[in-house]
Design a protein. Structure first.
Ligand code: SF4
Ligand code: SF4
Ligand code: SF4
Length: 219
């Protein structure tokens, strides 16, 4: 267990994280990593999108000796800053598995229709790449307001706030859908099969995320 100053709360840790929600740190999202740091269970070098600025800021806040901590933990994948996802529309099968995993709702499309990425909202987090069953999503270099690689935390503040808001809206929307699906199931208007399908999809995505390595990802 690592020491954490009593005066430091989860909010102040979360405020230093970029809000890319990419899960590279090994946690479900930035807030989850912040909670683990707050509990003294995680080291400060697990956030590739945050880079050196975040590592140093976390070190100062949590009173860690930054010089003694490697730039990036061994088990964390690198992040391709200033890249966006690109869907090969000739290969997309319209399965919609990329929609629920996108933290910023940057993908548009309906079931059995071709899907496309709104580049301006894409952070390049790669979660859709992991979720896609036919590997038709790749990354391309493009700066956007969502993935701009600011050198300092102060410069990044506005971007982080927008990404947090987008993620909060995304989570609320999908929580509501889950509630509606459950209500429909209870009232007998939906089969248990569709709920089981969603659980199986989430389990599959989590398993893929855990086994992902940088070499597996398109560059
Ligand atoms: S940006 Fe990614 S790696 Fe960094 S804290 Fe958030 S989820 Fe973890
Ligand atoms: S489109 Fe893909 S890479 Fe872009 S933010 Fe959404 S999940 Fe991440
Ligand atoms: S997961 Fe892949 S195949 Fe399915 S809709 Fe998204 S881009 Fe198309």
């Amino acid at each position: 267990m690592l020491a954490v100053p009593h005066s430091v709360g989860i909010d102040s840790i979360d405020a230093l994280l970029p809000q890319t929600q990419c899960q590279r740190c090994g946690y479900a999202d930035c807030r989850d990593y912040a909670a683990s740091l707050h509990a003294g269970e995680a080291e400060i070098n697990r956030c590739p999108p945050g880079g050196e600025a975040t590592r140093v800021a976390l070190g100062e806040l949590l009173q860690r000796d930054v010089s003694a901590i490697p730039a990036l933990a061994d088990d964390v994948d690198a992040y391709a800053a200033e890249h966006v996802a690109l869907i090969d529309e000739t290969a997309c099968i319209g399965c919609a598995k990329c929609l629920p995993v996108c933290p910023t709702d940057a993908i548009v499309g309906a079931a059995k229709r071709i899907h496309t990425v709104i580049a301006e909202a894409c952070t390049g987090c790669e979660l859709c790449i992991i979720a896609c069953p036919v590997d038709c999503i790749s990354l391309r270099a493009l700066q956007t307001p969502a993935n701009w690689n600011y050198a300092t935390l102060a410069a990044r503040t506005g971007q982080s706030m927008q990404l947090r808001d987008a993620y909060t809206a995304h989570k609320s929307r999908y929580a509501l859908r889950a509630e509606e699906a459950l209500s429909a199931m209870i009232s007998g208007t939906a089969s248990t099969e569709s709920v089981t399908d969603k659980k199986a999809l989430l389990a599959e995505i989590l398993a893929k995320a855990k086994t992902r390595t940088t070499k597996d990802l398109p560059r």
